[in-house]
Design a protein around this ligand. Sequence first.
Ligand code: IPM
Ligand code: MG
Length: 366
Amino acid sequence: MKKKIVILPGDGIGKEVTACGKKVLEQVAECFGHQFSFDYATIGHEAIEATGTPLPDASLEKMKNCDAVLFGAVGHPKYDNDPSAKVRPEQGLLKMRKELGLYANLRPIKLFDELLGASSIKPEILKGADILFFRELTGDVYFGERGRKDEGKTAYDTMIYSRYEVERIAHKAFKAALTRGKKVTSVDKANVLESSRLWREVVQDVARQYPDVEVEHMFVDAAAMKLIQNPRGFDVVVTGNLFGDILTDEASQIAGSMGMLASASIGDTVGLYEPIHGSAHDITGKGIANPLASILSAALLLDISFGLKEESETVIKAVEKTLREGYRTRDIADATTAHEKILGTEVMGNVVCNNARMLVNCQVAV
Ligand code: IPM
Ligand code: MG
């Protein structure tokens, strides 16, 4: 198979982790006889510094003309405490989602058994949890009208959804549920918000077309509580952009660490794959970031964009094997981890690559 992949490292640890994700893709291509070609594009703070805009047209063009995108992260501490900044790295990410029509963000929350001890939640509550989030990604308060009035003393952001936006993500969630636990939990705040009442109405309509799937509606505050109280009670969760942003960070604790969570953003055209963690400037350049979320994002890319199930499974199994062998990056190590088993970003990535090669009897690189 011949495919063109754009690597979009972005800011902070984005560069370090996408380098590992790319390496894994290269190994897979070599072992399975595919031809993947790679190109790079800029986004975020780095792009602002170079061109004055967080998403240059040239980057967008490259993405529109490739088969899949592997993305790192955007963000820079310089903007976090400067509410007056008009140009921000995150705008690049939002523009990219909108322009590429990436309306469905899939965030699988699955705990590797080896990491039961890494979470702050009790292992007996976590064991067996397996949740697939569908976060709507191109609507809601993220894209509604916003501004200031009263000479800047009042600010507003509009939470807004249209029927078709809810319909298309609901269909994706119900279809996925049919291949899993056959249950969809739709999360909203319909007891207060009009946009949530429309959300619920549409999900109820869509649900009628999937009689084999059990549907449950939950308010976002209750969902936040139940995720921690009984994560095994969830199968597929579908929710809006803002609620999904918050709940998936919370749910990352079910997977042990933010450093483990991959995500796929899909729509009608090219798919984009990224860790859910951010640019993490506090550890940038230290070589200690966990590359597994980027590597697992590469696995999602192989599966969803290229339909390469065996290749994708190989990557996941290689990650499992690496963890079983006791290797950890710092964020997922605990008191029982031997010092020599705590690896930096690049070495961790190399161990996964070698394990992937071993699993398919491909000659192991030195
Ligand atoms: C995410 C991030 C982004 C979001 C930020 C960086 C704009 O938190 O992808 O979850 O809020 O969507
Ligand atoms: Mg987020």
